[in-house]
Design a binder for this molecule. Structure first.
Ligand code: SF4
Ligand code: SF4
Length: 449
C-alpha cells in the first residue's frame, strides 16, 4: 500500500530507518528576515547575562543564591508573587500566541531552531554546498573538520549556557583555575556539550518531530482561525500542469523543508512554520509567471471563507489578558519590598485576659529577607497606637536571603476594643525607616450593646 503522510514522519523510511535530510538552503525575503531574527537572538543569548544595568546583569539565573535578574532587577525566590506572574505570563503568552499566530515560536524563536538553522545548517552548507545543484563531494578530513567545527560551536554555547547561571566573573575564575579544582563543572560542561553535539550533528529535526512537547500540544492549541504557514489548495489544485491549478507539483517546497514534510498535505505536527517553503514556492511562481504566495501565512478559516481570522474579539481578548498580566508584573517588580512580613493569628486560639483591663492575641510573625545583605529589623505596632507587643527575639536579626519565624503577642487595652475584631498593624523598620508592614485582626469578646 502506498505510504501517506499520516503513516510515519517523512524522515523515516518504510523499514523504520531514518532518512538523512539534505535540506536545500532557502532564498528569499522570509529567509533574510529569519536570519536577522536568529542573529539578534544569538547575540541576546550571549550578551544578556554580561550586559549590566545599575551594576546588575540584564538577565541571569543565579540558582545557587536563589536569586534571578530580570531586566536588571534582582528577583528572589521568595518573591513568589513575581515568580508566579512571570510563569503565568510565559504560559499565557505561549498558549494565546499559539492560538492566534500558530507556531511562529517554533520557526523563529525556539532555541533549537535558532541554533540548528542559524548556525549548524550554515556550517553544513559551507562544506556540502547549499544542495541547490549537485551535492559537493566531501573528503574524510573535511568531514572531520566539519564535525570539529560543530563541536567548537557547541562548546562555546555550552559555556554561554553556564554563564547564565554563574555570571562572567565566576566563569572566568573557573577558566583560570586548574581543572582539578572545578572538575565537576568541567565534567558537566563536557557531558552537556556532547549531548548537544549529538542533538545538532545527529538528531536534528528529530527534536521537533519526535520529542518536543510543545509540538505535541499543537492539536489542542490550534484551531481553524490560527495563522499558520499554509498551502492555498483552492488556488493550487488540481496541481501538476501550468494549465490546471497554480501548483506545478515541482516538489521544491519539500526540498527546503527542515523537517522534510509536504505542506500541500495541510497543517501537520511536524511543520515548524519556518517559512522556507513560502520563499521557495514564491521563486517558482515568479519563474512561471504566477502571483506569489501560493504558500503563505494564513488560516484554514481565511482559506475557506476569504475573511480575516485575526481581527476579532478573541485576538483582542487575548491581547488584553496578556497586557494586564505584563502590567501587573511590571508594577509588582517596581513595588517589590526588601523584606516580606506576614502576621497570622495562631490557628485555634482566641483572646487571653492578661489583666483586668488588658487582652492579648497570639500571632505567628514571619519575615523574609529578600536581599543579599544582613538586616537588623525593629518591629513597631502601628495600629492601634495604644497597644504593645512581646517578641522574644527583638530586634530581629536576619542574615542575607534568610527567614525569621516567631511568636508575637499583641496586647490591647479593653477600652481600645470596640468591635469583636479589631485591625492590628505592625511595621518592620530598618534604621528608623519602614520597609514593610503587615496586618491581622485582633479578636476580643463579643461587644454588648
Ligand atoms: S513549490 Fe509551490 S509549485 Fe512547487 S510543489 Fe510546492 S507548492 Fe507546488
Ligand atoms: S512545511 Fe514549510 S513552514 Fe513548515 S517546516 Fe516545512 S518548510 Fe517550514
Amino acid at each position: 500500500m502506498e505510504k501517506t503522510f499520516r503513516d510515519r514522519p517523512d524522515n523515516i523510511d518504510e523499514t523504520g530507518v531514518r532518512k538523512w535530510l539534505k535540506v536545500r538552503q532557502p532564498q528569499g525575503k522570509w529567509y533574510r528576515r529569519r536570519t536577522l531574527v536568529s542573529t539578534l537572538l544569538l547575540f541576546f543569548f550571549i550578551l544578556a547575562p554580561i550586559v549590566t544595568i545599575n551594576g546588575h546583569p540584564f538577565m541571569r539565573l543565579d540558582v545557587l543564591n536563589r536569586q534571578f535578574y530580570l531586566f536588571g532587577q534582582i528577583v528572589y525566590s521568595q518573591d513568589t508573587n513575581i515568580m508566579a506572574l512571570v510563569m503565568a505570563s510565559v504560559v499565557v503568552f505561549i498558549v494565546l500566541f499559539t492560538a492566534v499566530f500558530g507556531r511562529i515560536w517554533c520557526g523563529w524563536a525556539c532555541p533549537h531552531t535558532v541554533f540548528m538553522e542559524g548556525l549548524y545548517r550554515r556550517i553544513e552548507y559551507l562544506f556540502h554546498g547549499n544542495y541547490r545543484n549537485k551535492e559537493r563531494e566531501v573528503s574524510l578530513p573535511m568531514r572531520i573538520l566539519k564535525y570539529a567545527l560543530y563541536y567548537i560551536v557547541t562548546l562555546f554555547f555550552t559555556n554561554v549556557f553556564i554563564l547564565w547561571f554563574t555570571g562572567l566573573d565566576y566563569l572566568l575564575e573557573i577558566w583560570n583555575s586548574p581543572i582539578e579544582e572545578y572538575w565537576q563543572v568541567y565534567g558537566a560542561m563536557f557531558a552537556v556539550s556532547i549531548f548537544y553535539f549529538w542533538i545538532y550533528a545527529y538528531l536534528r529535526e528529530g527534536v521537533c518531530t519526535m520529542f518536543c512537547p510543545y509540538g505535541r500540544m499543537q492539536g489542542v492549541l490550534l484551531d481553524k482561525k490560527s495563522i499558520t504557514v499554509a498551502y492555498d489548495y483552492k488556488r493550487g489544485e488540481p496541481r501538476g500542469s501550468k494549465e490546471a491549478g497554480d501548483c506545478i507539483n515541482c516538489g521544491a517546497c519539500i526540498k527546503v523543508c527542515p523537517t522534510g514534510i509536504d505542506i500541500k498535505n495541510g497543517s501537520q505536527l511536524e511543520c515548524v512554520n519556518c517559512t522556507s517553503c513560502i520563499d521557495e514556492c514564491n521563486s517558482v511562481m515568479t519563474r512561471i509567471g504566477k502571483p506569489e504566495n501560493l504558500i503563505r501565512f494564513t488560516s484554514q478559516y481565511q482559506l475557506e471563507t476569504g475573511k480575516s481570522s485575526i481581527k476579532n474579539y478573541r485576538t483582542l481578548g487575548y491581547v488584553l489578558v496578556l497586557s494586564a498580566l505584563l502590567i501587573t508584573l511590571i508594577i509588582a517588580i517596581s513595588k517589590r519590598t526588601e523584606v516580606d512580613t506576614s502576621l497570622l493569628r495562631m490557628p485555634g486560639t482566641l483572646y487571653q485576659e492578661v489583666s483586668a483591663d488588658t487582652l492579648s492575641n497570639m500571632y505567628q510573625l514571619k519575615i523574609i529577607n529578600k536581599t543579599p545583605e544582613f538586616k537588623d529589623i525593629e518591629i513597631k505596632l502601628l495600629e492601634p497606637e495604644e497597644g504593645s507587643f512581646f517578641l522574644s527575639d527583638h530586634p530581629v536579626e536576619l542574615k542575607a536571603s534568610n527567614n525569621f519565624s516567631g511568636i508575637i503577642i499583641i496586647k490591647l487595652a479593653k477600652s481600645a476594643i470596640v468591635k469583636r475584631s479589631t485591625k492590628v498593624k505592625i511595621g518592620a523598620f530598618e534604621n528608623g525607616k519602614m520597609i514593610d508592614s503587615a496586618s491581622a485582626s485582633f479578636v476580643g469578646p463579643n461587644q454588648k450593646k
